[in-house]
Design a protein around this ligand. Sequence first.
Ligand code: FPP
Length: 248
Amino acid sequence: MTDSPLSVPPQRIPLHVAIIMDGNGRWALQRGLPRLAGHKAGTENLRRVIRSTVEFGIPYLTIYAFSTENWGRPTEEVQGLMRILEDVIDRELNELHKEGVQLRHIGRLERLAPRLQQKVLEAVELTKNNQRLVLNIAFNYGGRDEIVQAVQKIIRDGVPAEDVTDERIGQYLYTAGVPDPDLIIRTSGELRVSNFLIWQAAYSEWYITPTFWPDFDKNEYRRALETFAQRDRRYGGVSDVVADKAGQ
Ligand code: FPP
């Protein structure tokens, strides 16, 4: 099957797409498989989505792989997700590096096994000069935790209260230097933010689909981008059309 082209003008392609990859468990349950089989299928899909992201010319992608709340899942599942991260680094790093993907980690590394921490740091170091796609992996990430850490660091640095601005806080987040997400995709139909990029998402557009993550394919990704391109982003103001009329 040939791909239909993306019918979005270049200026309407988002700079930064963020994804809550939800529904792996239900995907597996529907097939009578263990939850980890869903996460493995989700990992396969992630590989395809990364490729499509590069193809669509999107320069920043953030994926929510493990939240600070996910520690509450059964040990076997938590260990399985840790193993998946390790496998992804072991098996995919060279290919990602070759493709010009810059890997970044957002979240707390401390609670991960020392060997895994080391692998993550090495992957980040190896790919730090790549320019084609910045891929932020949110692993042991929580939005509130990120803000708490930022505030603590601001205080430790002795920043005067009047200098604590919107911009300054942004510089203390894990995502410093990364533009806020333009589009956040959440699969599996849940209507929740789930502690994901809660500061950065202030003006993001959302695309929520009932599709489970392992089934979120390139056609649906294309649909998400086409829907985004139709949105009238007003950032709390009024649309250009309304503003033009008001000015007449
Ligand atoms: C949510 O689905 C998914 C996760 C908590 C894990 C997402 C992980 C991957 C797709 C693997 C890629 C990982 C790395 C490290 C690159 P869920 O389990 O909550 O699904 P459910 O709501 O149907 O139970």
